[in-house]
Design a protein around this ligand. Sequence first.
Ligand SMILES: Cc1cc2nc3c(=O)[nH]c(=O)nc-3n(C[C@H](O)[C@H](O)[C@H](O)COP(=O)(O)OP(=O)(O)OC[C@H]3O[C@@H](n4cnc5c(N)ncnc54)[C@H](O)[C@@H]3O)c2cc1C
Length: 511
Amino acid sequence: MDRTPDIDTQVLVVGAGPVGLMLAGELALGGADVVVLERRTGPLTESRASTLHARTMEILDQRGLLAELGTPPAGGAGHFGGTPLDLTTASPYSGQWKVPQVRTEELLEGWATRLGARVVKGHLLTELRTTERAVEATAEAEPGAGGAAATLRVRAAYVVGCDGETSTVRRLAGFAFPGRDATRELLRADVAGVDVPDRRFERHPKGLAISARGPGGVTRVMVHEYGATVGHEPGPVSFARVAAAWQRVTGDDISAGTPLWLNSFGDALRQVSQYRRGRVLLAGDAAHHQMPVGGQALNLGLQDAANLGWKLAAEVRGTAGPGLLDSYHAERHPAGRRVLDNIAAQALLLLGGAGTEQLRLLFGELLRKPRVRAHLAGTIAGVDVRYAAEPDGHRLVGARLPHLRLRTAAGPCSTFAVLRPGRGVLLDLGGRPSLSRATAPWTDGRVDVVAATPERDRPAPEFTCALLRPDGHVAWADGTVPELKAALRRWFGPPSRHRAGASGLRSAAAG
Ligand SMILES: Cc1cc2nc3c(=O)[nH]c(=O)nc-3n(C[C@H](O)[C@H](O)[C@H](O)COP(=O)(O)OP(=O)(O)OC[C@H]3O[C@@H](n4cnc5c(N)ncnc54)[C@H](O)[C@@H]3O)c2cc1C
């Protein structure tokens, strides 16, 4: 950089969409200095994702954000590629929850900035240069950016591209993005002034039709004509095109309506082959591109951020052990692949014509089997993610710790609430002093020891003592002291040589 940077920070996050804002909050909670660069000058104006799944709600609970969100309206029954699917899972937030993306972003931006993250709006990242010790970024002011500098130079130890499906960071840093382009698409319009019946994945001889009347009398229609390929009608989606397709498929005329929002979704499927290239990382849609079937794309991205934030914060604070940051790719690439495969299978069932009828019938039959239903519901909800663990370890290791109501010296609590400070937690339900003693060299702000008793819920807890990572996944459970110390080193770095201050030892969970 040939001039002093305007901003010097530990982590630069590019993109203040939901994933960038979640990541910024996680980084700030972990003690990192973070700046978010966003091209937009104001809130989202597009109609985008509106579904939060159970695991995302749990993550928001882990950070104490649900009280501010309130209880969102339940999103009704789920589906798998258009076939009804009961999304009940072993989560207090079973099902799906309706939260417009603009509200999710507002919630996360407020949280991240309260924690100290700085969001710089109205600047478009245009250049990125990586040196041995830093990443240097250049951003140009967008029209309407107010009195901000026309060109902003930022230096950071790490850059994370959360800049969406057309990611500039991905392109500038040379990430490989293998996969396939869209061949089929679903046209969508939010329309006022039409009166059409609600249609839930209605299959007609010529195509698929979905319609739902929302608040304020606006109807969302989605339509796909079997066999129509992407680009068979060039140019941006026009209302005339949506209305004509709708009429061909359903026979109804909606052309007199007023379109408020138009777009289309293709069934393209791509995922970067590496989530990290040195000092540059990707998360959310920048790392994976998928059809937004069943609202999984946004949830997948938020879960990337929850995995990466505490690891990158530890890295820039100098407390990370070797390999911690690389575990982000090792864990999230396969988790993303699995969701992408699931989405691709759903897209096939949803948009396939008469040729896929038998497959759909077979799927409908399978979905009535309780174990198949539970398996697919767990995947869509995101509660079944299990990061690689030793095959002979406790069965909870790698999985997210399920919800339990607890009682601590400070009062009632839960397995999610103990994670609110964003640190690791040794959750001791059995009162084994040798385990808290072994953990003491990490209780310098990296790990809390929480002694608790479970409420007499059913099912009973499957462990007596567990080490939790800040993202709620189990790092160790009910093993030996040497195994506990190995897990502490792996996830929280080397032990401190000084005895921990009292601040790190909690016999009661913070609320
Ligand atoms: C038009 C559209 C409609 C969608 N509708 C649905 C839906 O109905 N249901 C559903 O489940 N999902 C939907 N999705 C998908 C869902 O919105 C995404 O999965 C989700 O937004 C991903 O979040 P993200 O933070 O990774 O990326 P984004 O939300 O795309 O955020 C990226 C941010 O980066 C900023 N940015 C981009 N480039 C730069 C740059 N060079 N410099 C600075 N800032 C930059 C952008 O302005 C944006 O704010 C839709 C997506 C799109 C694009």
